[in-house]
Design a protein around this ligand. Structure first.
Ligand code: HEC
Length: 371
């Protein structure tokens, strides 16, 4: 009896033990799944945020979808949406993922010296804080939640807004042209400016000659010069006046006045001389014409530019390229990267050559900052 009971008890205990081990195993398995799922959700959220940050800051060089210069030669940045960038995450190789993420965190924060890739960390004069940079890193190294598609949607949205603004600029230029009563003919506008400027230059010369002759006559009159001298001055003024008159009929009266004044009684005519002078100065109608023609040329040029900006934007938009063109400048040394960093060319060389060391240094510096 006792023996049998003991055997039953042992059996029951073994069964219980087996059940609890199985339950523990099942729970561990279940919990792991839950954890992975939770981690996935975090990645997705970060990655989606990264997609929006990417659309605002990075796509001009790396393309709307991150496919970079490999997809279109007008882009300067390399492809970021590659299977190799998400490989570690897909294969759940945590160590490899972490090292890739550290590498890209460094690249984004510090830029790549000697290439157009700029530094983005606030400490390096950039515009992104560590959290945003992390989101970008998650996007690039996981594409969790297919976030590259979200980046494309965000790009389309931004570019639609940009096109809207370019249309507004175009309408503004059109309205200005209309208000001035001008045509959009750029060549005509340019020719009008040239003609007006030539007129202006020529008239300035003729006016100057007349003014000089007047001054001479004035001085002689003041000095009470002889009839002969006055006659010489008179003919000089007349010649200058005729030249001006020939060039621009509207100056005839002015010229005649000037001649009359210069040959009149020097004592009595001082007032008239002063008046002739002031009229000479006021005869600035041509200057106004020049200003008007220049305004026309400017408005016509602005309109042409607005047209071509919109055309170019629409063309790029149609083939999925970011509307803005990338800035061409090359970044300077950041996070202490060596100047010769990039003489060797490809991204591969630099990883091995310097990025590893410098990443360590940069991460250390972050640690120090924190403490
Ligand atoms: C002005 C153009 C430009 C902008 C803007 C730009 N990049 Fe880059 N990026 C580059 C270039 C060029 C390279 C390649 C550098 C090199 O030759 O190693 C690069 C390289 C990279 C790399 C390394 C890729 C690899 O395979 O090693 C990453 C990651 C990267 N950029 C992310 C970003 C992110 C994220 C942003 C936005 C915050 C951004 N870039 C904005 C031009 C740019």
């Amino acid at each position: 009896m006792t023996g049998q009971n003991t055997e039953k008890q042992i059996l029951a205990m073994v069964v219980l033990l087996v059940i609890s081990v199985a339950a523990l195993g099942a729970y561990t398995w279940f919990d792991n799944g839950r954890r992975t799922e939770a981690a996935s959700e975090v990645f997705e959220r970060d990655s989606e945020r990264g997609a929006h940050i990417f659309a605002r800051n990075c796509r001009v060089c790396h393309g709307n979808d991150g496919a970079g210069r490999e997809s279109n030669s007008t882009l300067v940045g390399p492809a970021l949406n590659t299977p190799s960038n998400t490989f570690a995450w897909r294969t759940e190789n945590a160590g490899q993922l972490e090292s890739l993420q550290n590498r890209y965190r460094f690249t984004i924060a510090c830029g790549r010296n000697g290439t157009p890739m700029p530094p983005w960390a606030l400490t390096q004069g950039g515009s992104l804080d560590d959290f945003k940079i992390d989101n970008l890193v998650t996007l690039i190294t996981t594409n969790a939640g297919n976030a590259w598609e979200i980046a494309v949607e965000a790009a389309i949205h931004e570019d639609e807004l940009a096109i809207g603004n370019l249309e507004i600029a175009l309408h503004g230029a059109e309205r200005l042209l209309e208000a001035g009563g001008w045509s959009a003919d750029l060549e005509a506008a340019q020719a009008a400016v040239n003609a007006a400027e030539a007129d202006d230059a020529q008239l300035a010369l003729l006016r100057r000659a007349l003014a000089d002759a007047l001054a001479e006559a004035d001085a002689l009159a003041e000095a009470g010069a002889s009839d002969e001298e006055i006659a010489d001055a008179e003919s000089a003024v007349e010649n200058a006046g005729t030249a001006l008159d020939n060039y621009e009929r509207s100056y005839t009266r002015l010229v005649l006045d000037a001649i009359e004044v210069a040959t009149g009684d020097p004592e009595q005519d001082k007032e008239q001389i002063a008046e002739a002078r002031s009229r000479l100065n006021e005869a600035g109608g041509v200057l106004r014409t020049v200003a008007e023609q220049r305004a026309w040329l400017k408005v016509a040029t602005d309109l042409a530019t607005a047209h071509s900006n919109l055309d170019e934007a629409e063309e790029r938009f149609a083939i999925g390229l970011p509307i803005m063109l990338p800035p061409a400048q090359v970044t300077a040394s950041t996070c202490g990267q060596l100047q010769q960093y990039h003489q060797f060319g490809t991204a591969e060389t630099l990883t091995a050559a310097t990025e590893g060391d410098q990443l360590g240094g940069w991460l250390d510096s972050l640690d120090t900052d924190d403490s």
